[in-house]
Design a protein around this ligand. Structure first.
Ligand code: SF4
Length: 359
C-alpha cells in the first residue's frame, strides 16, 4: 500500500507551444466521460484510505468547470482524512474565488501555479494566456481565502530569453513572497509546436549561467534549494514530491499518470479512447532489486540530504557504500557522507556521477 497519490487531469483550455505533456483541449462532454471513467478506475484500485499526500496535476485541473471540480474532489474524499498535504495545480487565468472555495471545502491546502515568465512577449510566444497581473491576483485571492502554501513555477532557457529577462521573472516571483518556487529548463520536444516550428534550444552556456544565477539569487533571498529544481522557505518542502525523491510508493490515476507499488511500476495510457474502454495500463514493469537500488540513488541524490543509508539497508538488505564501492572510489572527492546520509557535493555534476553508478 502506498501513502501518496498522483492524479492527472488531462485537459487544458489552450495548448502551450512548448508542451509535450499528456494534454488535450478541454471540452465539456469528453471531460464528463473522463470523470465517469475515473470513478471506475478508482474503484478498481485498492487505494489506502489513510493517504498522506495527494497531488492533482495536469494538464490544467482548473480548466474543469465548477461542477466537474466538485465531482473530481468528491471522488477522492474518502481518501483524505489523514492527509498532510493536498496540492492542486492551477493556471493563473482560470483560477477564481469560487474554485478556491471549492478547494478549501475539500481540504486542499497547497496550490501550484504555472507562472513560467514575467514578460508578456515570452508568455505570448509560448501561447500562455495570462499575464503577471493574473498571477498577482491569483496569489492574493489564495491568501485571502487562507491558502498560504503556494508554489510558483518558472521556465528558463526559453527561445530569445536573456539573462536579464530571467532575473526579472525571478525578482517578480520573489516579490510575491511565496514559500515555494520551482524552476524548469525548457526542452524543445520534437512533437511540440516549438519543435515543429524548428525552434532551437538556447546556448548551453547561457542556460548554465541562468541556473547558477537563479540558485545564488534565491538562496540569498532565503530559499533553500532542497532539490535540484526546487526552492522553499523552511517548512515548505513539497511533501508529495519528497515522496518521489525518497523513492516511496505512490498510486497514479487517470490518463498519462504513472505509479509505483513495491517492485511494480506502471504507466497509464495517454490515449483517451483506450482509457474510456477501461484499458488503463499501457506499461507494467517489474523492477529488479538492482533497478530499484539505482533508481533510489538517482532520485535521492537530487536532494540536499542525498541517500538515507539506513533506509537503503532496510529496503534492500545491502550496504549502499558496499554496493556502490566502485563509483564512490572512482570519485572520492565528489561526495560527503556521515553515518546517516551520503550526498553529492556539487549537484550540477549529478548526471556524470550517475553514469558511474549505472556501470
Ligand atoms: S504546459 Fe500545462 S497548461 Fe500548457 S498545454 Fe501543457 S499541460 Fe497544458
Amino acid at each position: 500500500m502506498a501513502k501518496h497519490l498522483y492524479l492527472h487531469v488531462p485537459f487544458c483550455q489552450s495548448i502551450c507551444y512548448y508542451c509535450d505533456f499528456c494534454h488535450r483541449l478541454y471540452d465539456a462532454a469528453t471531460s464528463d466521460k473522463w470523470l465517469g471513467e475515473l470513478a471506475e478506475e478508482i474503484k478498481s484500485q485498492n487505494i489506502d484510505k489513510e493517504l498522506s499526500t495527494i497531488y492533482i496535476g495536469g494538464g490544467t485541473p482548473t480548466s474543469l468547470s465548477y461542477e466537474q471540480i466538485i465531482r473530481l474532489l468528491s471522488l477522492l474524499k474518502e481518501y483524505t482524512s489523514k492527509l498532510e498535504e493536498y496540492t492542486i495545480e492551477a493556471n493563473p487565468e482560470n483560477i477564481d474565488e469560487k474554485k478556491i472555495d471549492i478547494f478549501k471545502h475539500f481540504g486542499i491546502n497547497r496550490v501550484s501555479l504555472g507562472v513560467e515568465a514575467y514578460q508578456d512577449r515570452l508568455l505570448a510566444m509560448m501561447n500562455r494566456h495570462h499575464n503577471f497581473e493574473d498571477v498577482q491576483k491569483a496569489v492574493s485571492i489564495l491568501r485571502l481565502k487562507g491558502i498560504h502554501n503556494i508554489s510558483l513555477d518558472l521556465l528558463y532557457s526559453l527561445p530569445s530569453q536573456s539573462l536579464d529577462d530571467f532575473k526579472e521573472s525571478l525578482e517578480a516571483v520573489v516579490a510575491l513572497d511565496v514559500p515555494h518556487i520551482s524552476l524548469y529548463s525548457l526542452t524543445i520536444e520534437e512533437h511540440s509546436v516549438f519543435g515543429q516550428r524548428g525552434y532551437k534550444p538556447l546556448d548551453e552556456d547561457l542556460e548554465a549561467d541562468m541556473y547558477e544565477m537563479a540558485v545564488a539569487y534565491l538562496e540569498n533571498e532565503g530559499y533553500i534549494q532542497y532539490e535540484i529544481a526546487n526552492f522553499a522557505k523552511p517548512g515548505y518542502y513539497s511533501k508529495h514530491n519528497l515522496a518521489y525523491w525518497h523513492y516511496n510508493d505512490f498510486y497514479g490515476l487517470s490518463l498519462g499518470a504513472s505509479g509505483k507499488i513495491n517492485n511494480i511500476r506502471y504507466d497509464n495510457t495517454r490515449n483517451m479512447q483506450k482509457y474510456l474502454r477501461h484499458e488503463y495500463r499501457e506499461n507494467i514493469i517489474e523492477l529488479s532489486k538492482k533497478d530499484m537500488m539505482f533508481e533510489e540513488t538517482m532520485m535521492s541524490l537530487r536532494t540536499i540530504w542525498g541517500i538515507d543509508l539506513k533506509r537503503f539497508k532496510l529496503r534492500y538488505g545491502e550496504d549502499f557504500k558496499e554496493v556502490y564501492k566502485k563509483p564512490l572510489d572512482r570519485y572520492p572527492d565528489a561526495f560527503i557522507s556521515d553515518d546517516k546520509y551520503l550526498r553529492v557535493k556539487n549537484r550540477e555534476l549529478l548526471n556524470t556521477l550517475l553514469l558511474a553508478f549505472l556501470d
